[in-house]
Design a protein. Sequence first.
Length: 123
Amino acid sequence: MDRSGWRHTREADPQYRIVVHTKELRLDLYRNGKFFKSYPAAVGKPQTPTPKGDFKIVNKDESPGPRFGARWLGLSVPHIGIHGTNHPQSIGQAMSEGCIRLYNPDIEELYWMLPVGTPVSIV
């Protein structure tokens, strides 16, 4: 209770989880165990496929450079991340070198929402 006698409750920080569907070319975001939002994505081309498995976000970069669009979310697999793109026509295709590409506004939204440690499943 504060000095006015009101009891304040604070919702616990939401827990997020990402599932990337490589065949459907989309990234699904779950919040507190429930589906929250879906984003169209690009994934790895056949010569450089996106790795399948369970990973986590291990680093974030607000200015990753023009090759990676507006933001970078590095995964716990070497050289692979979720990032923006300055070539939005690539979204909805399998044409990356293994990374997951999103539209820049979508990765910007996720960047501020997701903490390091967020689980990522790629199926």
